[in-house]
Structure formats: structure tokens, C-alpha cells
Design a protein around this ligand. Structure first.
Ligand SMILES: [Zn+2]
Length: 385
């Protein structure tokens, strides 16, 4: 069967299984769990995978991660499909349930149709824990106990070698407030790093607050002066100490500049506080979508929805650990419409189930077929094994 026939055949199969795919997405939506605690989600996915023929499944990686592989045993391109397992405390407000159902349905359809008998290479499904940068105390504990190797799921999976030998990484994500049947591609996502500033004070807490804020505002103005960065601040603090977390979002990641900014913060705070300390965390790297994969995605989107459905955007706010993967391997994560409300807010929800749940499976399968059958060789980036 030629590539086009495979694609038409499998796209039809996705439509035929539409109700099943929606039900799967909604099942995952009903069990949101936070990072490295996605026990139920992980078990549901692993159980689903175990019923798929020829799929080699491992689970409990980095506490809750799942990895499954369709390997042909023959040379050819190696593709990783990624999904994030975690939700937020009050729901799947970043839409990761759709990533999981897309991954599960893609694996099931590819494994059952026999396409892997005709192809070479591998499709590896990596369901990663903890994409949201939260629960720092819990993560520190897991790190100390050596149950995780790094701060987030993909950083951990990178260290464990689960992305080794991979030629292309494909992922999907729901878009922020995009009700139409359109898809955003080609953009860059910010990275971030963060500073924890802990100031000890004596006397009036209110006075200490005012002093910190005055100096912080000056520093934030300085950081944002060239329009390359933005700072988001969160505060807590007990008796005698005020803790402020400064998230610095930017599309470049220059450690020399970062060190200079930290030094400037230190100098500024030193004017008013005798006892303070500043801790830096590396956060996530900025994420540049691969251009070859962007072309490939745009072609599927055009065929499935028409060319007006492809939306090119330069920069998207927010950061993901997929940025760290993209620094090593060509990676893409189109943002899928069919949603209303802003991600990470209570108002975020799906308004078009076909677009949000069924279309991404077609997009993913279309891209995988083109890569597996060499229509898109990734040779100029990395040798295809
Ligand atoms: Zn997300």
C-alpha cells in the first residue's frame, strides 16, 4: 500500500473510532492528578497499552511515567510521541488529558492496522509525569530519595536515555482560547528560570515588605527594560522571613546575562537586608519548533482542514519542558483549536470535541506515516538509523 492509501485508510479508522476516542479523553479528564502523583492516570494508560498487540510497555518510570514502543526490528526513523500525565489541583486545566488520549489512540490504531510490518524504525510513546512546575517540596524529596532524576518528567526521561536515538519528537497541545477549527504552528515558546529570594527581617513585617518591594520593582524594571524578558512574582513567608519567587520568562537563555541580573538583585537587596539569600533554579529552556516538522504538520492540517486552518505565530507565552527536548532533537507541538478560556484557568474548556480529541489523532498519524515511509527524511539534522 502506498503512503496516501495508508493515510486515508487510517484517517477513516480514526473517524470510525471517534466515540471511543472522545470517551477515552473524558475518562482521563475526570482524574486530574498533580506532578509525580499521576498514579490513577498512569495505571489507566498502562492498562490500555497492555491490551495493544506488539506494544512493549514499561511503567512506573520516574514514579508514574509510562513508555511503550512499537519497534519493527528494522532500520528506519525513530519517532517519539510525547504526552504529559499531569493536571492541576482543580482539573485538567492545561488540557493534558487530550495529549494522553491522542497518544493512546495513536498507539492502538498503528499497532492494530499492521502498518509496522511494512515500515522500518520505531514509534516510541513517552507519557511523562510532571510538566507543570509545581510542588517544589515534594519534588525535592523525590530527588533526595533518588526516585526521580530531575525536576520534571521530560528532564528526567532525557537523563534516563528514553529520548536516545530518537530522530523526531511529535506532541500536540490544546490552544489557549481558540474555538475555531484551526491549528497554531511554527512558533517559539518562552523558557523560564526562577529565583527564590528569602529575606530575614526584624521588627515590622510591613516595613520589610515595603522595602523589598521598592527594590524589587526597580530590579524588575531593569530586567524588562530591553523587552526580552518578563517577570512574574509570587510571595509567601513565615515569621521573620519573607520568601519571594521571581519567574523570569524569556525566549533566549543566556547564563551570562542571568548571572549579571542575579548580581544586580543581590546588590540591590544588600542595601536594606543584612540576612538574605538567593537561590536559582534553571526552569525550562525556550522551545523552538522544528521547521521541517512544521512543514510536515502544515501539510496534514491543510489536507484535513484547508489551508486557512494553519496559523503561524512567532512567540507564545508560557514555558514547557519540551523546550529542553527540542534543544537536542527536532520537535514539534502544534496547538489545537476547539477550546475556550485560558489554559491554567478555571474557564478553560473544550467546545468542539471533534477538533480537540479526534483531529489530533489524525494529525499525529499523518505525520508518523510520512516520516516512517521516508517522505520526510530528517537526514540533514541527524542520521536516520
Ligand atoms: Zn500544558
Amino acid at each position: 500500500m502506498v503512503t496516501t492509501n495508508w493515510k486515508e485508510h487510517l484517517w477513516l479508522e480514526v473517524e470510525n473510532r471517534g466515540h471511543e476516542i472522545i470517551r477515552l479523553a473524558e475518562q482521563f479528564q475526570n482524574t486530574p492528578e498533580t506532578g509525580f502523583s499521576e498514579f490513577q492516570t498512569s495505571r489507566m494508560l498502562a492498562d490500555y497499552f497492555k491490551h495493544i498487540p506488539n506494544l512493549d510497555v514499561k511503567w512506573g518510570i520516574a514514579v508514574t511515567g509510562v513508555a511503550a514502543s512499537l519497534y519493527t526490528g528494522r532500520p528506519g526513523p525513530r519517532i517519539a510521541v510525547t504526552a504529559d500525565l499531569d493536571g492541576l489541583e482543580n482539573g485538567h486545566l492545561c488540557g493534558h488529558h487530550m495529549q494522553i488520549s491522542t497518544m493512546a489512540a495513536t498507539a492502538m490504531i498503528l499497532a492494530n492496522c499492521g502498518i509496522m510490518h511494512w515500515a522500518g524504525g520505531e514509534v516510541r510513546f513517552l507519557a511523562c509525569p510532571a510538566e507543570e512546575y509545581e510542588e517544589s517540596e515534594y519534588r525535592k524529596k523525590l530527588l533526595l530519595e533518588r526516585r526521580i532524576m530531575d525536576w520534571s518528567g521530560k528532564l528526567d526521561f532525557l537523563q534516563r536515555g528514553l529520548f536516545d536515538d530518537i530522530d523526531a519528537v511529535i506532541s500536540v497541545h490544546l490552544a489557549d482560547d481558540l474555538p475555531e477549527r484551526r491549528v497554531i504552528v511554527g512558533f517559539q515558546t518562552e523558557g523560564f528560570w526562577l529565583l527564590r529570594l528569602i529575606c530575614e527581617y526584624q521588627g515590622s513585617r510591613f516595613r520589610a515588605w515595603c522595602q523589598i518591594h521598592q527594590h524589587l520593582q526597580e530590579w524588575i524594571r531593569l530586567v524588562q527594560a530591553d523587552g526580552q524578558r518578563r517577570v512574574v512574582l509570587s510571595e509567601k513567608g513565615g515569621d521573620g522571613a519573607i520568601e519571594i519567587v521571581l519567574y523570569i520568562f524569556e525566549t533566549s537563555y543566556d547564563e551570562v546575562i542571568q548571572e549579571r541580573l542575579i548580581q544586580q538583585l543581590r546588590n540591590s537587596i544588600r542595601q536594606v537586608f543584612f540576612r538574605f539569600h538567593i537561590e536559582k533554579e534553571n526552569g525550562y529552556a525556550p522551545f523552538s519548533q522544528d521547521s521541517v516538522l512544521t512543514d510536515l504538520a502544515s501539510q496534514q492540517i491543510t489536507r484535513l482542514l484547508g489551508k486557512d486552518a494553519v496559523m503561524i505565530r512567532p512567540v507564545i507565552q508560557g514555558a514547557t519542558d519540551l523546550g529542553n527536548v527540542a534543544r537536542r532533537i527536532p520537535t514539534i507541538q502544534p496547538l489545537i483549536g476547539g477550546t475556550r478560556g485560558h489554559t491554567h484557568s478555571q474557564s478553560f474548556h473544550v467546545v468542539d470535541k471533534w477538533m480537540a480529541y479526534i483531529f489530533p489523532v489524525k494529525l499525529m498519524i499523518g505525520m508518523i506515516i510520512d516520516i516512517l515511509f521516508g517522505k520526510y527524511l530528517l537526514t540533514n539534522r541527524k542520521t536516520v538509523k
